[in-house]
Design a binder for this molecule. Structure first.
Ligand code: FAD
Length: 488
């Protein structure tokens, strides 16, 4: 069994198949596992995440995967989401004692950044989601409708759209509301906020991302398999419509009974030979799946400016602020740094040795189209201004160092109707299977979507070999009164 690509999709497929007794050979282009959700080691031996990644309580397959590879205890879950606007008004969302779907009602009712009118309009749209158990019929068309159009149909106030729907969905789906299929947006609210009282809990890795995958290699090797890094697959050999092998560097070839291609859709498009595209019409239209950007900004201050582990900012370019110093603050992490050679003044937890009480913040801006054109200096100036406005302690603090990472193709764009172009994990070519967040999972581009695709590909491989296994985990079961709505 060959898996091409060591991102979450390839790892989930490889580990699930190894757990079923298959000998898996996994080939990854880069020197580390995890794909887009990874961290890397700098020449100085320090670890840096490529970008902050978070999960939610409703991501049942990612949770299963972390458990499978022994990493579940490396993710910290938080019950409270904290919001702050430029005027200094704050609000927190947290489950109270009421059963689902009313568990957030208490914190929502006292949420200062929204007016009563905004809240009533949001409650109306939430009722529409609730009464349809997350599947209102008006969004179930192949072409889809945009989230913005759906919100306008639900008569949402401009401030409710800007300060509530946009805030949650642009970060969750990495796209603006007018370019997001309403089906994805509604699903986020049903699964994370309405159906189950724990679905919204936010999980933040407490270790550099690559450490979450240590158990994958072990699981694969235990069954006689191999994980090969720095191993770009250069070609797929096809004879008489069947795959006969893959081509690696130095004229090296490998063959297997089955192949799972777990590459980003753009990379797969470049790798596929024409005969495979013509045998699989769905693979001929991969270029119709567009991409959207995420920008990460890293700030190291000479002092602590917030005690919150993370903050959602309202009405600003910066959407999320993660307090990496606090998130990494545990004995287990005390030996790790977060700097580069030129950042050698930084000690463990991202603090600067010259400023032992300093703080490392990572800012995240999803759907950051406007920032792609801006220079690094412009982005730093803009974000620093916003941070200083939102967090008064930052006004006196000195910015010791800053870094900007623009990911132009961070995720596929969940634009209306995109599901028409997402192929399932089985193909018309015997032995060829697909995995990747962009394949048909029903989920947007997330770690959960990637793991689901890997599990589905592994199930398909076993099915084609005449055996059956179930890896895909069910969604969180509705709790409280939401059970009644899910039965309708
Ligand atoms: C900046 C950023 C922030 C994000 N934040 C979040 C978040 O907070 N929460 C969340 O759930 N999701 C987030 N995502 C999305 C998440 O990272 C992806 O959905 C998920 O990691 C995709 O996994 P994948 O395995 O499908 O693809 P990938 O991770 O892209 O894996 C594909 C792998 O294939 C390898 N490869 C490519 N070509 C070849 C070749 N020729 N031969 C061998 N190997 C090859 C690549 O190196 C890569 O390792 C974020 C993504 C980005 C970029």
């Amino acid at each position: 069994m060959i898996v091409i690509g060591g991102g979450l999709a390839g790892l989930a497929a490889g580990v699930a198949l190894a757990d079923s007794g298959w000998r898996v050979k996994l080939f990854e282009l880069r020197p580390y596992l995890g794909g887009r959700a990874t961290s890397y080691v700098l020449p100085s031996g320090e670890h840096v995440d490529n970008c902050q990644h978070v999960t939610l309580g409703c991501c049942t397959n990612l949770d299963d995967f972390y458990r499978r590879v022994g990493s579940a205890n490396k993710v910290k879950f938080f019950d409270r989401l904290f919001f702050l606007d430029p005027q200094g008004r704050s609000g927190a969302m947290q489950a109270g004692i009421l059963p689902a779907p009313f568990h957030m009602t208490g914190s929502f009712a006292t949420f200062a950044p929204l007016s009563l009118g905004d809240k009533l309009s949001i409650a109306r749209a939430m009722m529409r989601i609730l009464f349809s158990a997350g599947k209102p019929k008006e969004v179930a068309t192949p072409e889809g409708i945009s989230m913005l159009d759906w919100l306008k149909c639900q008569k949402q106030t401009p401030r409710a759209i800007e300060r509530f729907w946009r805030v949650v969905l642009v970060s969750a789906l990495d796209e603006e509301l007018d370019r997001t299929d309403a089906r994805f947006g509604i699903d986020v609210f049903w699964k994370a906020f309405l159906s189950n009282h724990t679905g919204y809990r936010m999980g933040v890795p407490a270790v550099p991302l690559a450490e979450l995958y240590d158990g994958c290699r072990i699981a694969i090797e235990k069954k006689g398999g191999e994980v090969t890094l720095r191993a770009p697959v250069r070609g797929i050999r096809v004879e008489n419509g069947a795959i006969t092998g893959i081509q690696l560097d130095n004229s090296h070839e490998e063959s297997a009974d089955a192949y799972v291609c777990a590459l980003p859709h753009t990379a797969l498009d470049n790798l596929l030979p024409p005969e495979l595209k013509s045998a699989n019409p769905m693979l001929a239209s991969l270029e119709k799946i567009k991409v959207s950007p995420i920008t990460g900004v890293h700030f190291w201050f000479d002092r602590s400016i917030t005690s919150e582990p993370f903050i959602t900012l309202l009405d600003t370019t910066v959407q999320w602020v993660f307090n990496k110093t606090a998130l990494y603050h545990s004995d287990d992490l005390s030996s790790r740094g977060l700097g580069s050679p030129e950042e050698s003044a930084l000690s463990s937890g991202g603090q600067n040795k010259a400023h032992p009480n300093g703080q490392y913040l990572q800012l995240v801006i999803s759907a950051s189209y406007d920032l792609l054109k801006k220079s690094r200096e412009e982005i730093i100036d803009l974000c620093l201004k916003e941070i200083r406005q939102a967090l008064p302690a930052a006004r006196e603090a000195q910015l010791v160092k800053a870094t900007v990472i623009k990911e132009a193709s961070a995720t596929f764009s969940p634009e209306p109707g995109v599901d028409r172009f997402r192929p399932v994990q089985t193909t018309n070519t015997p032995g060829l299977f697909l995995a990747g967040d962009w394949t048909a999972t029903g989920w947007p581009a997330t770690m959960e979507g990637a793991v689901r695709s890997g599990y589905l590909a592994a199930e398909a491989v076993l099915c084609s070999a005449g055996s059956a296994a179930k890896f895909l985990q069910p969604d969180l079961a509705p709790t409280g009164l939401s059970k009644l709505f899910s039965l309708r």
